[in-house]
Design a protein. Structure first.
Length: 280
């Protein structure tokens, strides 16, 4: 046997042993215990977790149905189905790849994590109806509608994350939005698009705009990378540019926003707090 063949045989034996260990671990841990582990991890971060069904999936994965994640205010995320799988073939070349697939109503979420290159992640979301996501109602007290599409890739997650995530929403409608106790104008938007760009330890909002009939909105700023999602501190500015006829229809809201008027027809509203509890 050549040295190369010998190294390959050793690597194959190590991978096989690792697969067997993972497989036996999953087989002999009851589904209820696995769900308990997930619940305890989220509980430490201030979240609640429940699932109608939760268990192992063949060969190396976890499957769950009717998932709900929330906090002390109510539900934040619901999913009809969730599957997390360890891909087997990449293990034979020394890579760890974990795939995630979820369904929320008619929306599909697909993601993958790879250990190579300092860690990378891919994310795709299509046909996700925003009214199916309770985050907006629970966190902002808002009724939000629209068809969300997301696509992006982030590399070098372990050190200095680099990459971008793009999003677009069709048929967006936002009613009753509040930041803290401050109401924002109700509006429908025919174009919503934006990009979150990662680099230098931050995620910067670039070209995030909402174009409606009578109102143009721009959100800009950055978020630190590495903090727990809910505790991520916000450093954002919301710019509102309404037309006179739009302002006339919602006089009371714009009277409340008068201190943020920086020039005729332009409002600059600072958004602070955290992602889970934004404030002005």
């Amino acid at each position: 046997m050549s040295r190369l063949q010998e190294k390959f045989a050793v690597a194959a034996a190590v991978v096989s042993a690792l697969l067997m260990l993972i497989f036996l671990t999953l087989v002999f841990i009851p589904d209820r215990e696995l769900q308990g582990v997930v619940s305890r991890i989220l509980e430490k971060k201030g979240y609640t977790f429940s699932a109608g069904e939760f268990g192992k999936s063949f060969p190396l994965g976890i499957a769950a149905k009717k998932i709900e994640v929330g906090d002390d205010r109510g539900p934040i995320l619901k999913a009809d189905d969730l599957y997390i799988r360890l891909r087997i073939l990449p293990l034979f070349i020394g890579q760890i790849r974990i795939a995630l697939d979820a369904r929320i109503g008619s929306g599909e979420i697909n993601g993958e994590y790879a250990s190579t290159g300092g860690g990378s992640a891919d994310l795709k979301i299509k046909r996700l109806q925003l009214e199916e996501v309770p985050f907006f109602k629970t966190v902002a007290g808002a009724a939000v509608k629209g068809d969300l599409t997301v696509g992006g890739n982030i590399k070098n997650l372990k050190k200095n994350a680099q990459g971008e995530i793009k999003l677009a929403v069709r048929g967006a409608d936002m009613q009753g939005v509040k930041i803290g106790e401050m109401p924002l104008p109700d509006a429908a938007y025919h174009t919503v698009q934006g990009m979150l760009k990662f680099g230098s330890g931050k995620a910067a909002l670039e070209s995030f705009t909402l174009q409606g009939d009578g109102l143009f909105v721009r959100l800009k700023g950055d978020l630190p990378v590495g903090a727990a999602p809910a505790a991520t501190p916000l450093n954002l500015t919301l710019e509102l540019m309404p037309k006179p006829e739009f302002m006339e229809k919602q006089k009371f809201v714009f009277l409340l926003l008068i201190k943020y008027l920086t020039s005729p027809g332009s409002y600059q509203i600072p958004i602070r707090g955290t992602l889970a509890r934004p404030s002005i």
